[in-house]
Design a protein around this ligand. Sequence first.
Ligand code: DX5
Ligand code: ZN
Length: 218
Amino acid sequence: MIAPSILAADFSKLGELVREVTKAGADRIHVDVMDGHFVPNLSMGAVVVEGLRPVTTIPLEVHLMVEDPGRFLDGFVKAGADTLIVHLEVLPDPRPMVEHIKKALGKKVGLAFNPDMPVERIEPYLKDIDLALCMTVFPGFGGQAFIPESLERLRKLKALIGAHNPACEIEVDGGIGAKTIADCAAAGANVFVAGSAVFGAKQGPAAAMKDLIALAKQ
Ligand code: DX5
Ligand code: ZN
């Protein structure tokens, strides 16, 4: 499954581009939210989700790269988000928030973790989440190079998920493109976030989507 990250899109044509990748087979739209604290960059808020909601019928997943995700959950749900992804780094015990997102808000929940977090840290929570997001770059910016050690981390994560909750999706985010997607799939990932490889592609987003879909299947 491909989740194009709109961070790399030309914002003056956002609606049009989201329509294009939807038509080209995108499974969900990845919305990168940055607060300038958890990561050294600012990006977008709930108004963007609200604006995109009528543009596509595929799920909108919100990747909250923020220090205090609890403050923003309601706003994103009201705006039309389907999945909320929060970072393990800012949640000493993520269980209450995971429960809140699932039960009170009725949305899918993902837990993300950075490349320097031991994979085993997510193990106790796997049985309760819909998606584990293994960052394959340090978050904050699009267009960074994939960290090769991520493949070993993915294999570990895949084994843990096999033991605790095989239905939990394994998502990769950062530097995913034609050169890296097949290796990630072989290592166990099944959801692929791609920003620059889709919206920055010379051949255009639709053709890039087609290539990525084929490579992910191999
Ligand atoms: C990184 C973001 C990613 C980013 C990926 O901080 O979480 O979702 O948009 O961009 P690419 O695919 O260009 O590495
Ligand atoms: Zn992201």
